[in-house]
Write a protein that binds this ligand. Structure first.
Ligand SMILES: NC(=O)c1ccc[n+]([C@@H]2O[C@H](COP(=O)([O-])OP(=O)(O)OC[C@H]3O[C@@H](n4cnc5c(N)ncnc54)[C@H](OP(=O)(O)O)[C@@H]3O)[C@@H](O)[C@H]2O)c1
Length: 329
């Protein structure tokens, strides 16, 4: 299968490594807004063709599949253009950030794969399958914690698009979509509850959040992402009525009564291999189209809830106010 890559940043480089090391994929083109960056990445991996616009790339008919790794605000139009050419698509987060984008996600969801990477960690997958198989009984509560260098990641001068990211372009759609995908993978569709909070930087990009969610069975979840220096760390703890499962990057553990199963990390499966697997009609590891749509609904729900809460908390005083202009000066 001939694969082109759109985007030459952090995620683009990671997918490039996966494409060149996959025996069944042929890396045929790189497309990026800045031609020199596309050429640099293409040169590094011996990729023959370079483009600076997606239209040029698609007109060249040099690929059967496209991996899209661009900022959230640019993703959906590119996915749509690739879909119109009937290409196989893997996209870094074909998700909606506002209600107006939801119809577009519904339209493209059946033709796009999304590499939410916790699903590609074999030890995590095995633990989630054990939970789904009833190893800890019915799920009651899920607690997800993410800690990482989020303030620096979105600060002016940061080396990625995040330096310029603004409202609804921050941590919730970036890292948070992975967290919410993992949550709904574990406990089924979740809805945000009142009490969700976000921290924003000066441009309005989210740099931290505290979310409360509930699934259809009444199980609840708390999700916290906190900006602290150092490497990113994460943990998901799933409490059931008969035991507990703990998922992390290096290990997973499932405990029920005296029985304890520890699962060590194994090599991460390449997300781009889903392009081949899906093409053969086999089960991919990424989310289904319905899960993608539900994830978008959850993301939009959280953004809208937090915005509405901010509006109600800043009610204008009705009577004699403090600090309000009174015409005397
Ligand atoms: N799955 C994961 O673990 C993971 C990890 C990191 C990022 N991501 C996701 O990947 C996406 C990109 O993040 P990143 O960290 O790679 O960002 P980045 O380092 O800033 O790279 C973004 C790339 O997109 C290119 N680009 C921007 N707008 C474009 C457009 N309209 N057409 C074509 N190319 C365009 C930029 O082009 P130029 O540089 O040429 O100007 C740049 O190469 C985000 O959605 C992010 O959430 C996922």
């Amino acid at each position: 299968m001939r694969v082109a890559l759109v985007g030459s940043g952090i995620a683009g480089l990671s997918h490039a490594l996966d494409i060149v090391t996959s025996p069944e994929l042929e890396f045929t083109a790189v497309c990026s807004r800045t031609r020199s960056r596309a050429a640099e990445l293409a040169g590094r991996f011996g990729v023959p063709r370079v483009f600076r616009s997606v239209t040029e790339l698609l007109d060249a008919e040099c690929c059967d599949a496209v991996v899209v790794a661009v900022p959230p605000a640019a993703t959906l139009p590119i996915v749509l253009a690739c879909r119109e050419r009937s290409l196989r698509i893997m996209a870094e987060k074909p998700v909606a950030r506002s209600a107006s984008e939801l119809p577009l996600v519904e339209e493209v969801s059946r033709g796009v794969l999304a590499p939410f990477n916790r699903r590609y960690l074999a030890h995590v997958r095995e633990a989630v399958e054990a939970v789904h198989g009833g190893a800890i009984g019915a799920i009651r509560q899920v607690d997800a914690r993410w800690v990482g260098p989020y303030l620096e990641r979105y600060a002016p001068g940061a080396p990625t698009y995040r330096a310029r990211a603004g409202r609804r372009q921050g941590l919730l759609v970036d890292t948070g979509s992975h967290v919410l995908d993992a949550l709904s993978w574990v406990m089924g569709p979740v809805r945000p509850l009142p009490g969700c909070r976000m921290e924003f930087n000066a441009r309005g990009a989210e740099v931290g959040f505290d979310l409360l969610m509930r699934n259809g069975d009444g199980a609840t979840a708390s999700v916290r992402a906190e900006g602290k220096g150092g490497e990113e760390r994460w943990e998901i703890r799933v409490t059931g009525d008969r035991g507990q499962a703990t998922l992390g990057p290096d290990t997973a553990e499932v405990r029920a009564g005296t029985r304890r199963t520890r699962l060590a990390a194994r090599p991460v499966r390449r997300p781009v291999d889903d392009l081949l697997i899906g093409w053969r009609g086999e089960q991919v590891w990424g989310p289904s189209p319905a899960e993608l749509v539900r994830l978008s609904e959850t993301l939009v729900g959280v953004y809208d809830l937090v915005d509405a809460d901010a509006r109600t908390r800043w009610l204008r005083p009705r009577f004699k106010p403090w600090g309000r202009l009174n015409g005397s000066c």
